[in-house]
Design a binder for this molecule. Structure first.
Ligand SMILES: C[S@@+](CC[C@H](N)C(=O)[O-])C[C@H]1O[C@@H](n2cnc3c(N)ncnc32)[C@H](O)[C@@H]1O
Length: 249
C-alpha cells in the first residue's frame, strides 16, 4: 500500500476518494460480509445514543451509502448526510429513492445528501443537535480537524458521536483481530469486489489512527460533557460519545 495514502492534505484526500469510488457499488455487501452483519446493529446504536427524534437536526459526516443517516432519519430527525465521494452518494440517493417508492407513507423522512468535505463543513456554527461520523474520521487527512469541525457545527447540548474501528486493549485479541484485518478482510474484498488493496487499507489506516482512547482525549480537550467510550467486540470497534456543553459557542 502506497504511503501516498498518509501524506497530509490533498494527496491523501484524492487517494481516499479514488478508493471509495472504486468500491462504492459493492460497499454495503462487503460491510455485511466482513462484520457478519454486525455493523447494522452498531449503526442503530449510534442513532439511539444520538437521541434522534422529531424536531432534532442531525448531520452524518462521511455518510457513504447512508446507513447512519437513514437510521437517524427513521427516528424522525431532520437529517443531512455529507460525503465527498459522488459515487458513494449516488448509492445513498438511489437507496433513498427506492425507500420512498416502496412506502406508501408521504410522511417518511429521508435524509438529504450533499457533497462536501468533512474537514471544511459548509454550515454555520451551532447548527445541529446531533453530529455523527461512522468509519470516517480515520480516513481524514486530520482526524483532529474533523472533530473540531463536528464541534463547531454542533449546537450547545448537541450529541457528538464517532463510530470506527478500534484498538482492543487485550494484546492477544488485538493480534487475532489485526490478523483478520490483514488476511481475511482483503481476501473477502478480492473475492467479492475484485479489490484486495482497498480492503488492506483498513488495517493501514488504523495503524495511523490513534482510535478510541485518543478520540476520547480530544473530546475532553474540547470540553465536551459526558465523554464515554463504548467498546464493542472487546474494543475491535468503538463508539465515542460526548455532548457539547450548554453555554459553549
Ligand atoms: C468507510 S466509509 C463509511 C461510510 C458510512 N459512514 C458507513 O458507516 O458505512 C468512509 C466514507 O468517508 C468518506 N470520506 C473520506 N474522507 C472524506 C472527507 N474529507 N470529507 C467527506 N467524506 C469523506 C468516503 O468517501 C467514504 O464514503
Amino acid at each position: 500500500m502506497s504511503n501516498a495514502f498518509y501524506a497530509p492534505g490533498e494527496p491523501r484526500a484524492a487517494k481516499v476518494n479514488d478508493l471509495f469510488a472504486a468500491i462504492a457499488r459493492r460497499y454495503d455487501l462487503l460491510n455485511d460480509l466482513q462484520s457478519f452483519g454486525l455493523h447494522r446493529r452498531w449503526k442503530r446504536r449510534v442513532a439511539k445514543l444520538a437521541a434522534a427524534a422529531p424536531g432534532t437536526r442531525a448531520l452524518d459526516l462521511c455518510c457513504g451509502t447512508g446507513d447512519i443517516a437513514f437510521a437517524l432519519a427513521r427516528r424522525g430527525a431532520e437529517t443531512t448526510g455529507l460525503d465527498f465521494s459522488d459515487k458513494m452518494l449516488e448509492v445513498a440517493v438511489a437507496r433513498s429513492r427506492k425507500q420512498k417508492a416502496s412506502t406508501s407513507s408521504s410522511q417518511l423522512a429521508t435524509p438529504k445528501f450533499i457533497q462536501g468535505d468533512a474537514q471544511q463543513l459548509p454550515f454555520p456554527d451551532n447548527s445541529f443537535d446531533i453530529v455523527t461520523v461512522g468509519y470516517g474520521l480515520r480516513n481524514l487527512a486530520s482526524w483532529e480537524r474533523g472533530l473540531d469541525e463536528m464541534f463547531r457545527v454542533a449546537r450547545p447540548g448537541a450529541r457528538i458521536i464517532v463510530l470506527d474501528f478500534g484498538k482492543p486493549p487485550n494484546s492477544l485479541w488485538r493480534k487475532i483481530y489485526f490478523t483478520h484485518l490483514k488476511i481475511s478482510v482483503p481476501l473477502i474484498g478480492w473475492l467479492f469486489c475484485g479489490n484486495a488493496q482497498a480492503y488492506a487499507y483498513i488495517l493501514e489506516s488504523l495503524k495511523h489512527y490513534p482510535a478510541q482512547l485518543a478520540v476520547a482525549e480530544k473530546m475532553r480537550a474540547l470540553k465536551l460533557a459526558n465523554v464515554r467510550v463504548i467498546n464493542l467486540l472487546g474494543g475491535a470497534m468503538a463508539i465515542n460519545y460526548g455532548e457539547k456543553p450548554a453555554g459553549s459557542f
